[in-house]
Structures are given as C-alpha cells and as structure tokens.
Design a protein around this ligand. Structure first.
Ligand code: BDR
Ligand code: CA
Length: 317
C-alpha cells in the first residue's frame, strides 16, 4: 500500500487530485493538510471536506495549516477557481468546519511522517508554506519522507500569474526556496509547462463529466467556472487555451501513486528567484551545476496520457 500525505490549497484541480488518490487501488491517504493559496485556508478546509464528503471518505483527517505565505500575500486565484476555490457553486450539504482536526497541519505532518518513517510520500499541490514551516520546526522532517511530489515551478520561465512565475511558487517564493534548498528526500517536480503539455482534451472532459455518479455531478458543478476561464484570454495562448484542460495537481498525484505514469529522466538542482523585479517566484534550474548542490530534483517530462486518463476516469466512477 502506498501511503500518502496530501498538502493542498484546494481549488478545482486539487479536488481532482484528491479524488484521483481516493479512487486509486492500493493507496492510503493518511491525512490532508490545508494551506492558503487558491483561496483562504478556511475555504480550503471546507473544500477538502466537500470532496471527502462526496467520495464518502470523511474518516480521513483534515488539518488546517498556514493562513498566509511566509512573507507577502500578493496573489489570488479567484478568477480561475472561483472566490470559494471550487467554482462558487453552492453546496448546502457541505460538512462544517467542526470536522477539522484540532491539531495543526504542520504538527500533524511531522507526527504522521514520524509514525510512518520512510514510508510516506508527500504530495504538495499548493504554495509550500506548511512544508517550509515543518522543516523549520523539525529539520529531520524531510528525511522521514519516502518522496516529495510537488506541483509547482516552471522550467521555461512561462508564468501563469506573473510574467515568469507559476502560481504555487509565486504565491510563497520564500517557502518554495526553503523546500527546494533544504528537502533532501527524493523530489519530483510537475512544472507548469510540463502539465500544460499533457492537456486532457475537451472531448475527454465531456465523457469524464458525463459519467452517472454523484462524484461526476459534483465535478460538473465545481468545474464550470475554471473551464470557462481557460478560454478567457488570461493565459498563455500557446500553452493553455483551446484544446483541453490542464489538471495541474493531478499529474503530481499520478506520479506519487505510480512512477510508471511519468518519465523523469532529468535530474537538476533547482531553486527559486526571490528578488527579481519580473522574476520573483520563478524556478531556477542549475543545469550547469554552478551552485554545487548535492541534492537534485527529478523534473517530470512525460506522462503516459492514456493511463492518466484511465486514472482520471476512475476518480469520478
Ligand atoms: C497551480 O496553481 C493553482 O491555481 C492550481 O491549483 C495548481 O496547483 C498551477 O499553477
Ligand atoms: Ca493547487
């Protein structure tokens, strides 16, 4: 059984990634930690509970984490995910926040990782604030992990929220810097450009949402807002608009579930730009090895799209 800890800023694609994990065989989600990003951390907590409710997995503990990035709170993603993070589609059945654990996300991450030392893969699909705080509190935290799977950063400086930065890194560059520089466990990065090169064609999405299940009906409701936003001209036209949907966070999840889904032959030391006027939050790849860093990350390059589609299909069955 593959043991996962999932750290999310639950927008629409985070919800998809969680649903993928819950439907995958031989995967155990030990806990879900929440961080502010796509929406406020309270909305993130609510959204995770909504996802667990529709998937009938409310037994999975959910923890509230950082309510702000380490330094500056400059970004929001309401235009894409909706102000509530899940497409502003009201849900009267949503479980209340009293279901959130009293233990905080950072303490829970460290505890769960130590209880299953060497066995847990951490999948991070939001700003890396909670992970950075965890390593500050317990410097051995990264060593306890089997692997770290990050959706974030970019390999060709193509931005999706600032000129050249990807949202999760741009939302908390200091946290991304701490994690990329200090986490020594095997690290896998699903960059923005990588995810965009593996779009789910719209025809696939139609069939995906047309499945006869509560989960598919739920997805249809929360998904409408971001499907429309894909074509509203906000995004890089070559990478995003037109031919399909990019479920960014689901690719990092797929890699954590089964490495056979992806090719990641490229290993590079990576860091994050903190000070550039145009480049703050941009991922920097040290291909020339000038930084002399021992720890290198695996950069995801290719997805087996047919297998990925099957995984996505199963998530809404
Ligand atoms: C990332 O930013 C968020 O809006 C998505 O949920 C994803 O994690 C893509 O840049
Ligand atoms: Ca996310």
């Amino acid at each position: 059984v593959k043991k996962l800890l999932v750290d999310v800023d639950c927008g629409v694609d985070d919800a998809q990634a969680i649903m993928v994990a819950l439907a995958a065989p031989d995967v155990q989600v030990l806990g879900i930690t929440c961080v502010s990003g796509n929406t406020s951390v309270d909305n993130v907590c609510r959204n995770v509970l909504r996802v667990l409710h529709v998937c009938q997995h409310l037994e999975i503990p959910v923890f509230r984490g950082a309510s702000k990035p380490i330094l500056e709170n400059t970004l929001s993603a309401g235009h894409f995910h909706g102000l509530d993070g899940l497409g502003d589609a009201p849900d009267p059945e949503a479980p209340g926040l009293e279901m959130i654990q009293r233990e905080g996300a950072v303490a829970a991450m460290i505890r769960i990782a130590s209880e299953h030392a060497g066995e847990v893969s951490l999948v991070a699909t939001g700003p890396l604030t909670n992970l950075a705080l965890a390593v500050r509190i317990d410097p051995t935290f990264p060593e306890l992990l089997k692997g770290l799977y990050i959706m974030g950063g970019n390999t060709e400086s193509r931005g999706n929220c600032t000129v050249c930065a990807e949202f999760n890194f741009a939302a908390d560059p200091e946290a991304a810097h701490i994690v990329l520089n200090e986490f020594s466990c095997p690290t896998y990065i699903a960059s923005w450009e990588f995810t965009c090169r593996h779009k789910l064609p719209w025809e696939f999405c139609d069939g995906w949402l047309a499945q006869d299940s509560e989960k598919a009906r739920f997805m249809k409701r929360i998904f409408r807002h971001s499907m429309e936003a894909c074509n509203d001209g906000t995004f890089d036209k070559e990478l995003v608009a037109g031919s399909g949907f990019v479920s960014c966070d689901s690719y990092a999840m797929a890699a954590a579930i089964d490495p056979a889904f992806v090719t990641a032959s490229r290993r590079v030391a990576v860091t994050v730009e903190l000070t550039g006027a145009y480049t703050r939050g941009m991922m920097v790849l040290d291909t020339l090895e000038l930084l002399k860093r021992r720890h290198k990350a695996f950069i995801l390059e290719k997805v087996d799209l047919e297998r990925f589609k099957a995984l996505m299909m199963a998530a809404l069955k």
